[in-house]
Write a protein that binds this ligand. Structure first.
Ligand code: UDP
Ligand code: MG
Length: 323
């Protein structure tokens, strides 16, 4: 019998409230899948991203009770991107599915995703949110703007509404792991590696429990990171602005010469306006370059993307020693 292992990768940050619900749900789904497809095995790999609540204690307990439960616990909070990377790096499965702990990515979609990938037609199945119900209007507006901008200036197509709920083949996971960048923008990375992806359209689901860690400013920062990770177009902005300003300056020169010939001197107001405008544009351009340099700086340092403090293996070994 051909055995296939599915790794379920779940980044968790302060999810003690929702994790028991998630666990029950994923067990139901995996049991159903095992009943339907013989030879399917599962592992549940949780990434504890420096939670300050009882998440780790819960994972320890789950891993003692159920040997399919594995976990990687970070030494501090490294962010969801690092969590996802650690999950992919530590997953042992022939297939890997990544999803959030809060049940906003319903586990009952996994069988459908598996069918798409198993058919051989697709290397990946992912969900795509088509409605933005329950989201503040302003946030939806900025989200749409973000996708318009990034798809306008980047070669890598970023699908509007695509979520990090993905079922992938080992081949695709290895391709993602071959991208060593420190500043990780998964939405772009998934698309950059290529492969055939089936998008399953879903409606927005509210969190089952606990609360989101995203704020408007965090999302804005994330959008800018995304643009910078997958487009260098902003670096060309100074050239573009420079050309326009040069033409404007030439036009001004002509006007000044004409006025001087007519006996009119330029006003101080025009001058101060011009100084402010030019100063602003120069600072903006320097700032954009500075941002890219700061990313380069972080990449050059090649720091690890996360630091592991504990895994279920370490925990169990230590416990056995104590006994
Ligand atoms: N998450 C994480 N590290 C963080 C923030 C979030 O691992 O620093 C996890 C979180 O536990 C959840 C997923 O990433 O499983 C999505 O987070 P959240 O629900 O807060 O985001 P939203 O669904 O609002 O985009
Ligand atoms: Mg969520």
């Amino acid at each position: 019998m051909d055995k296939k292992l599915i790794s379920v990768v779940v980044p968790c940050y302060n999810e003690e409230e929702v994790l028991p619900l998630f666990y029950d749900e994923i067990i139901k789904v995996s049991d159903d899948m095992k009943a339907e497809h013989s030879g399917l095995e599962f592992e549940f790999l949780f990434i504890n991203d420096g939670s300050g609540d009882g998440t780790l204690a819960l994972l320890r307990r789950l891993s003692e009770r159920d040997e399919r439960v594995r976990y990687v616990s970070f030494s501090r909070n490294f962010g969801k991107e690092a969590g996802l990377f650690a999950g992919l790096e530590n997953a042992r499965g022939d297939y890997v599915v990544t999803l959030d702990a809060d049940l906003q990515h319903p586990p009952r979609l996994i069988p459908q995703m598996y069918d798409y990938v198993r058919s051989g037609e697709y290397d990946c199945a992912a969900t795509r949110r088509i409605s933005r119900e329950g989201e503040p209007k302003l946030l939806s507006f900025f989200s749409r703007m973000f996708y318009k901008i990034i798809n306008g200036i980047s070669q890598t197509q970023i699908i509007d509404g695509a979520q990090d709920f993905r079922f992938m083949t080992r081949q695709m996971v290895d391709a993602i792991l071959s991208m060593p960048e420190y500043n990780r923008f998964s939405k772009g990375i998934f698309s950059w590696v290529g492969f055939e992806t089936k998008y399953i359209e879903v409606n927005n689901t509210e969190r089952a429990a606990g609360k989101t860690t995203w704020s408007f400013w965090k999302l804005l920062k994330y959008s800018i990171e995304g643009i910078m990770a997958f487009s260098t177009a902003p670096l060309a902005l100074p050239i573009f602005l420079g050309i326009i300003l040069l033409i404007a300056a030439l036009a001004l020169l002509v006007i000044l010469i004409v006025r001087a010939c007519a006996g009119n001197a330029g006003s101080a107001l025009t001058l101060s306006f011009l100084f402010t405008l030019l100063g602003g544009i120069q600072l903006l351009c320097t700032g954009i370059m500075g941002q890219y340099i700061s990313k380069l700086y972080l990449e050059a340092k090649a720091r690890p993307k996360y630091i592991v403090k504990e895994t279920e293996e370490l925990y169990k070994n230590n416990k056995n020693k104590e006994c």
